[in-house]
Ligand binder design. Structure first.
Ligand SMILES: Nc1ncnc2c1ncn2[C@@H]1O[C@H](COP(=O)(O)OP(=O)(O)O)[C@@H](O)[C@H]1O
Length: 361
């Protein structure tokens, strides 16, 4: 246990990056668990555990902690687990020490302006961060580890569009979880098929699958010298948010909101070019606001002539599945908004209209 604790205080990895640093921490934790033979049995490479195994481990640990919290006989269970060597206690000390909590307050809501789109929409945007990064802050972060931002919001709200535009402006990778999933599920294995069916039905995929894909993508980015990220479509569950919080500092959370009928129209109007992968939208949104809601006008985002004959529709962009995805969002992902609000000292989400930023895009 002591050697674990000493090893756990390692703070700098050969690569010297935040991810490398984190990987060192987690490697130690994983080894502790591995040696105690509790529930981790991931393969180890000669250089130690990869991020993938570490994400996996975090997930297992979270579930385990939750079981301890909820099981009626949790004291006995805890005792039984700890009797072998007290490893679990060491792990949880290490884990606490490694926690990077995102503590902040809503300082101000800033309009995101002039990103080149054609639409004029009234959209609520909440930006949660401490401190709200100035351009100088972002530049400094870019020189070190890069900005680490998260985009939240319902299907169809435009996370992908704005995240990808911002990623170009900030020169950080835009990591869209949905794209990673779609790329991965092109195979024809029984597992791919099962996951694809779940996705087509509008369900969320298991956390293990998501963590594997994300950690693999982050590792590739690290190897390629990428700095920072804008995560779009992750986290979508409280467990994902908790695990993310355990392993990185998130600088900024942007929460985009639109009313449900607009979201449905936007999802149904979505088209993708089968050749270049470009995203377009045929929907013309022109909604008169009622009960204090703003008018919303978004002209279609039409494809260029070269793409026009190659438009495809995502299998999960049908009326029925979009409604199912919105329900899943309310059940599984809306609590993530609360999670981040609690980190910035607010107990309830901002009202639907009125206090968020209205901006023209
Ligand atoms: N973080 C995640 N957790 C679980 N499943 C996910 C996650 N991100 C994406 N998916 C799966 O991929 C599908 C497509 O994701 P995405 O393209 O982001 O869709 P949306 O337009 O609904 O935001 C989701 O419906 C879900 O099945």
């Amino acid at each position: 246990m002591h050697s674990c604790m000493r090893a756990g205080s390692l703070s700098v990895d050969a690569r010297g990056s935040k991810w490398g640093q984190w990987a060192s921490w987690r490697r130690v934790e994983c080894e502790c668990l591995h040696s105690s033979r509790f529930f981790y049995s991931g393969a180890r490479s000669s250089s130690g555990m990869g991020l993938q195994s570490c994400w996996h481990y975090r997930l297992l640990l979270k579930r385990f902690e939750r079981t301890l919290r909820t099981a009626p006989t949790h004291r006995d269970l805890h005792g039984a687990v700890l009797t072998s060597s007290g490893t679990m206690a060491a792990v949880s000390r290490l884990s606490r020490a490694g926690l990077q909590s995102l503590v902040g307050s809503i300082i101000k809501h800033r309009p995101v302006r002039g990103m080149g789109g054609a639409a004029h929409a009234a959209m609520d945007v909440e930006v949660w961060s401490l401190p709200v990064p100035s351009v100088d802050d972002v530049q400094k972060q870019n020189e070190s580890r890069g900005p680490q931002w998260v985009f939240l919001g319902c299907p169809g709200v435009g996370k992908g569009t704005y995240a990808s535009r911002l990623s170009k402006l900030l020169d950080v990778p835009h990591i869209a979880m949905g794209d990673l999933v779609r790329n991965e599920l092109k195979g024809s294995s029984p597992l791919s098929k099962q996951l694809l069916d779940a996705m087509k039905a509008g369900k969320l995929l298991p956390d293990e699958v998501i963590f594997n894909l994300l950690s693999r993508r982050l590792e590739q980015g690290l190897a390629a010298g990428e700095k920072g990220f804008i995560l779009d479509g992750f986290p979508r569950t409280i467990t994902q948010a908790e695990v993310l919080e355990d392993v990185v500092d998130i600088d900024l959370v942007v929460n985009l909101k639109l009313q449900q009928d607009v979201l449905i129209s936007k999802c149904l109007g979505r088209r993708i070019c089968s050749q270049c992968g470009g995203n377009f939208n045929l929907a013309k949104i022109d909604f008169k606001g009622e009960d204090g809601a703003p008018n919303i006008f978004m002209p279609p985002l039409l494809p260029p002539p070269s793409c026009a004959s190659k438009m495809t529709v995502r299998a999960d962009d049908t009326d029925e599945v979009v409604r199912a995805r919105l329900r899943v969002y309310q059940e599984e992902s809306a609590p993530v908004e609360e999670f981040y609000l609690s980190r910035v000292g607010k107990s309830a989400p901002l009202p639907k209209y009125g206090t968020g930023v209205r901006f023209s895009i």
